[in-house]
Design a protein around this ligand. Structure first.
Ligand code: AMP
Ligand code: GLY
Length: 421
């Protein structure tokens, strides 16, 4: 079988790595891929959001299965386009992708189906939003409705910050059209869990629950990033908490999707906060998480190709779907300055030594330049360690991290610490 993975980050390297392990997969392509993916499969210079060029490539190469990594092509309707030409693709169609592509749509979906989430108000004009924040007590969570490259969530602890956030979204159009409507959401407190489910339109299976670290610096300080590291499993996800997440969130969500005719197979990511008042949905994503994928797929004991293929045929229940009882930790190595401006093009050293120490090194923003591996993004690498306990997995990951170097690189030193307590 020939598989095409759309995207070129750490998540896609992990997908390619896992898919290539299936005895049924003969060739893997990635568009556009990265330097790590190029050591497993073939990278093709097609942008992840150019759905027509991706379809043309899939037809020309007779790709049997296309797996979409990022949200943008899903929101833009790549699934409908492939299906209209009878090309098999894994991911939700543009309506399903609205669960991520429109925060307002997602909130209204949760309301329709009684799924617990923070209280919210919706605004489509600056004046109404500004008066609302002026009349209520901070903190506020202000979210642009549409996709904003991970920058559309602003947590405001003062009225001045909230005014600035509303102005940035609605007056200055800092997020373009994505900010023409906003949500002002109740600020929730508690630990977060990422639960990823494979859905076949009827049935679902869960990957091992994980925890991301969104802030740039140790101690959960600094700006929000795409994610600086993750670990799994999460001990919070046990017993009654797991049962509540299943019965109050996961099952009503899939029932709601079925009831609303959101058909098709995909991965749904539940971003959940464990509040004093029970688990609540912070967000849905219509795709695998990054860096969560770098820990959940190394712990996935089944054949990912088989599972995805079966999901696209609505028969997930017929495949072996097992998660290992071991632990995994992934620590991201980022370019100095990320998530703000940073410089690329620095030589990366130490990956082989990190591998010798037992790590799996997933590439995110890397490129091969004249035979030299160089940085080419904000998040550069994800170093995953495995162990029978979280402590062991973290020791393995940090032993690898200590080998890797490039100018101005940084990583958090406290990934997974919360899980050890
Ligand atoms: P989102 O993209 O919606 O997941 O938001 C990014 C991050 O912002 C989340 O992982 C949380 O850490 C934080 N966040 C989002 N919504 C809320 C909320 N209602 N209360 C507190 N923190 C939030
Ligand atoms: N790690 C968060 C995300 O993938 O959205």
């Amino acid at each position: 079988m020939k598989v095409l993975v759309v995207g070129g980050g750490g998540r896609e390297h992990t997908l390619v790595w896992k898919l290539a392990r299936s005895p049924r997969v003969d060739e893997v392509y990635a568009a556009p891929g990265n330097a790590g993916i190029a050591s497993i499969g073939t990278c093709v210079p097609v942008a992840a959001d150019d759905k027509q060029a991706l379809l043309d490539f899939a037809r020309e190469k007779e790709i049997d299965l296309t797996v979409v990594g990022p949200e943008a092509p899903l929101v833009a309707g790549i699934v409908e386009l492939f299906r209209s030409k009878n090309r098999r693709i894994f991911g939700f169609d543009s309506r399903g992708a609205l669960l991520e592509g429109s925060k307002i749509w997602a909130k209204q979906f949760m309301k329709r189906h009684g799924i617990p989430t923070g209280g919210f108000d919706i605004f489509d004009g600056y004046c109404a939003a500004e008066s609302f924040v002026a009349e209520h007590e901070p903190p506020f969570v202000i979210k642009a409705d549409g996709l904003a490259a991970g920058k559309g969530v602003m947590i405001c602890s003062t009225l001045a910050e909230a005014r600035a956030a509303v102005g940035a979204a609605m007056k200055d159009r800092a997020f373009g059209e994505a900010g023409s409507r906003i949500i002002v959401e109740e600020f929730l407190r508690g630990p977060e869990i990422s639960v990823l489910a494979l859905f076949d339109g009827k049935d679902y299976r869960l990957f091992v629950p994980s925890q991301d670290h969104k802030r740039a610096f140790d101690g959960d300080l600094g700006p929000n990033t795409g994610g600086m590291g993750a670990y799994a499993p999460v001990s919070l996800y046990t017993g009654e908490a797991a049962e509540r997440i299943r019965t109050e969130i996961i099952e009503p969500t899939f029932e709601g999707m079925r009831a609303e005719g959101i058909a098709g197979a995909g991965v749904l990511y539940f971003g959940i906060m464990m509040t004093g008042d029970g688990p609540k949905v912070l967000e849905y994503n219509c795709r695998f998480g990054d860096p969560e994928t770098q820990v959940i797929l190394p712990l996935f004991g089944g054949d990912l190709f088989e599972a995805i293929w079966a999901a696209t045929e609505g028969r997930l229940g017929t495949v072996r779907f097992e998660n290992s009882a071991a632990a995994a930790a992934c620590v991201v190595v980022a370019s100095g300055g990320y998530p703000g401006p940073y410089t690329s093009g620095y030589e990366i050293t130490g990956i082989d030594r990190a591998r010798e120490k037992g790590c799996i090194v997933f590439h995110a923003g890397t490129t091969m330049d004249g035979g030299v591996l160089k940085t080419a993004g904000g998040r550069v690498l994800g170093v995953t360690g495995l162990g029978t306990t979280l402590q062991e997995a973290l020791e393995a990951a940090y032993a690898g991290i200590d080998e890797i170097a490039f100018t101005d690189c940084f990583s958090r030193r406290d990934i997974g610490r919360k899980g050890l307590r």
